[in-house]
Design a protein around this ligand. Sequence first.
Ligand code: IFL
Length: 445
Amino acid sequence: MSRLVFGRIAIAVLAPIIASAALATAAQSGFVTVKGRHFELDGKPYYYAGANLWYGAYLGVAGKGGDRARLTKELDQLAAQGILNLRILAISEASTLKRSVTPAIVRRPHHIDETIWQGLDFLLDEMARRDMKAVLYVNNFWQWSGGMSAYVAWSTGKPAFDPDVTGDWNGFMDNSASFYRDARAQDAFRFAVSQLVTRRNSVNGRAYTEDPTIMSWQLANEPRPGRDGNRQYYADFARWINGTAGFIKKLAPKQLVSSGNEGWMGTGGDRDLFVKSHETKNLDYLTYHMWAPNWQWFDPKNAADTYDGAWTKMQDYLDWHIDTANKMGKPIVLEEFGINRDEGSYRPGATTVYRDRFYTAIYQLLARRAAAGDAIAGSNFWAWGGAGRTKNADFMWKAGDAFVGDPPQEAQGLYCIFDSDASTIRIVATHARQMSDIRPSTRKK
Ligand code: IFL
């Protein structure tokens, strides 16, 4: 086809694309950058209160499985509350894992189904229109999106190691960690990552690497070096973080790169490993996650007796990572935290007295330390559940069900904030305003 003959058609087809790109650009801020131990956006400090929306690309799918009307409505709801930073799953892998989301993006090594990436295109375009920022993670240590265990299964030809069938979580974690040293698995992973990072958005025509909506590429959700106490993969883990971060940085030099690690609870309790594996210049900032109920610090069935003790531990955990980030000279983001509804209920109507207390206390600590000039830059609560509701008596997700903030391996309603959780949403919104108001005059030099 000659360009001359079809020039007019090309312009007609591209017109809406150009118009939408222009619309997005007009109101949109630039790339998030790092200045010392803080983020900057267009020369001003960037502090934020964000959310996790792991299923955002899935909702963005045009046809079956997607729900664009829900997505745009909920982006509006989030933006109206000042929640403008979203952490999103950007690559999933097909597997036989019982509790993994389906369908997946990588169907087999070097074979990608574009449907969900088109959903991601839509999501990023809609986020750009609202001047939101995205953190995109491109792998998962856990089983709920295939992740590292899928790559290992493809490489070894063995069935995927399924903790939801065997109950063997330690074996699962070691199996996932073997991914770091598996050359075939790395090759398949890097192929998928490079396809994504070098992608052009099918909705607005923008190259992903030129899109300031993408604040950060993140190596994985909660990469760990294996089970606690197993030092076998320590060196591989640190090498993988450095190498993968460098690989992405070369492809996307304008955007930030982060690990997605949980902090020292995600490095087998080894604080030195957290530091050593995050010192690399290929990582622009640090991440950590805090899970008091998962780590048995807090028991929702016995909240009155366990909350105060848990909060002491949580404060130590929050502060240690901020102090460490100060010393390392990098910003840090608390990009996952959550606790149950009262009594451990999954029901949207159940009260959230302890959860609200917990959110308030965390946000106060983060805001106080940010205002003092410490390295804490923001947070993403886990997770936005919006209008999603399960219809299943056992609260577990099945293919085709609506998505909530809790992934398929967990009860739907375990930790997510539904659109009906007015008191919690108010707490997040207040904090979002507080963070966006933090100014250099209040920061340490
Ligand atoms: O759903 C979990 C998710 O896999 C994660 N961290 C903890 C969440 C709640 O258990 O990344």
